[in-house]
Design a protein around this ligand. Sequence first.
Ligand SMILES: C[S@@+](CC[C@H](N)C(=O)[O-])C[C@H]1O[C@@H](n2cnc3c(N)ncnc32)[C@H](O)[C@@H]1O
Length: 262
Amino acid sequence: MIIKKEWRILTVGDGDLSFSCSLLKHHQPASLTATVYDSLETMQGKYGDDFYQELKARNNPVLFEFDVTNPDSWGSLKPHSFDLIIFQFPLLPAFRSFEEYQNRGEDVNINTLNRRLLRRFLINSCSHFLDPQGQQLCFITSKDVKPYREWNIENDLHLYTNIHYLGSTAFDINMFPGYKIRNVDRDKHVKDTKGITYVWSKNKNNDLAEELQQALYQGDNCCTACRAGPFSTQSDRVEHNLSKKHLNMMEFKRLWLTDLKK
Ligand SMILES: C[S@@+](CC[C@H](N)C(=O)[O-])C[C@H]1O[C@@H](n2cnc3c(N)ncnc32)[C@H](O)[C@@H]1O
């Protein structure tokens, strides 16, 4: 992950604040505002509040019950005042009850709901949180395994927006001593820490692109959704198109495009 000291940073969806705390201590950005989706009480119950206390002792702002999809929860956050918004390992919170699951609507698939969360994060970051005179950067760190890779992060989230995908960089957890990647609802941390940080900006010509790995598997001879190819023959392509993996990805894409049209 690329972090520059002159950036004003907002973190979204921190689980226990260990990421924000480490970012502050080890990278000293110009400013840091940390946010947590849960209430303080819920976070204390799940993970304790050591990192919160540390941020508080440093007079660093922390907002709880911050839902990136819901402007009513943004409270005192000053709009258009950040260079970079970071969402580490985003994932929908689990449903609290069967009723809640049912109320989400039968037509909505979990893959679509997660894509919606990430898309909302990008759109709201660009239109409300980022300073148009600043760097205008959004980072999402995720894993290159199922179900995350089925969100087609590099291609599908920013479709039909004026937000540009700039590329990716490996996420090296060693840059963030003390950071524990949290599961959504449990007090355990995720052991497999291998991640990729994906980068977007409203500014297509942001210089950071030069430091990033460009999206692979683009072009007619590849399958961008499955990240397969280039296919050397037409029959390789046909074989791929008939594979279970491809058919699954196409179904996710169909559901996603239908959702975007709503
Ligand atoms: C897998 S956990 C990762 C937690 C933390 N970012 C980390 O890296 O340890 C996914 C996080 O996304 C947060 N989240 C889910 N929906 C959210 C929303 N609408 N707004 C903000 N955060 C959200 C959850 O609360 C949870 O903390």
